[in-house]
Design a protein around this ligand. Structure first.
Ligand SMILES: CC(C)(COP(=O)(O)OP(=O)(O)OC[C@H]1O[C@@H](n2cnc3c(N)ncnc32)[C@H](O)[C@@H]1OP(=O)(O)O)[C@@H](O)C(=O)NCCC(=O)NCCS
Length: 218
């Protein structure tokens, strides 16, 4: 269940949502939480700390072992059917994190819109490292131990290779990006969740994506 530790918090979910171990709390006022049908949250620690925070998770999303911290004025959206393993997400400094549908995040990811401590230019005295929003498209696969830093964006149907750091925009959809900072090494690909198909046409889960890549309607 979601613990409401403030006032004027709107927390919406029904009995199809499951919570198994872990902790989910909203500490502060005027925050919004929506959990869609069949969202599964297990062994996760989700904390909204502050005011005017929005968390919107669509149907069939599975969070397993996620540590999520959202601070005042921030928002996080996870679209339908996305699955996320052990990892850590921090959204602070009034930024947003948008994650598309049908994404798959392997264990060990770290996604942060803020460095959480300031760095100043000694000459001007001005801060150098402001937080910035992160956008992750639909059907994005993060390999193990991927880091995504403030301001980065990843378009639809991208694979980020194991141990990579994404610190800027990956601007080519349907590609593989690897390394630190992550750069595109392969284009015109699509990844699938199931190992046993020989071609992409044999994978029924990919038929919608293949059709929309060809510009056909569903
Ligand atoms: C992203 C990935 C799937 C790409 O596989 P691929 O298309 O077969 O790519 P290749 O293995 O042919 O590698 C292409 C090149 O990138 C290099 N490379 C691959 N992954 C790399 C990485 N994570 N970091 C740095 N270099 C990498 C290879 O050495 C190779 O270099 P070369 O061109 O100089 O020979 C694979 O590298 C990967 O990260 N696999 C792990 C997936 C994972 O984390 N699964 C967990 C379960 S969800």
């Amino acid at each position: 269940m979601v613990q409401n530790l403030g006032s004027d918090n709107e927390i919406v979910y029904n009995q199809t949502v499951s919570f198994n171990k872990g902790h989910f709390s909203v500490k502060g006022n005027n925050n919004r939480v929506f959990l869609g049908n069949n969202v599964k949250i297990s062994h996760s620690n989700i904390r909204l700390k502050g005011n005017n925070i929005e968390l919107h998770i669509e149907e069939n999303v599975e969070l397993t072992g996620c540590v999520v911290s959202l601070f005042s004025g921030c928002s996080m959206v996870i679209k339908a059917n996305t699955t996320m393993g052990n990892g850590e997400i921090t959204v602070a400094e009034e930024t947003s994190l948008n994650i598309g549908d049908d994404c798959m995040f392997a264990h060990g990811y770290e996604i942060r819109t803020s460095d959480m401590h300031p760095i100043y230019d000694l000459k001007t005295g001005h801060r150098l490292n402001f937080g910035a929003s992160i956008s992750i498209g639909s059907h994005v696969w993060l390999g193990r131990d991927v880091v995504i830093l403030k301001g980065a964006s990843i378009p639809d149907n991208v694979v980020i290779g194991i141990n990579s750091i994404v610190s800027k925009d990956i601007d080519i959809p349907n590609s593989i990006a690897i390394g630190s900072p992550a750069k595109v090494i392969r284009k015109n690909v699509i990844w699938g969740r199931k190992m046993f198909h020989k071609t992409m046409y044999d994978d029924p889960m990919l038929s919608g994506i293949i059709r929309s890549n060809r510009g056909e309607n569903d």
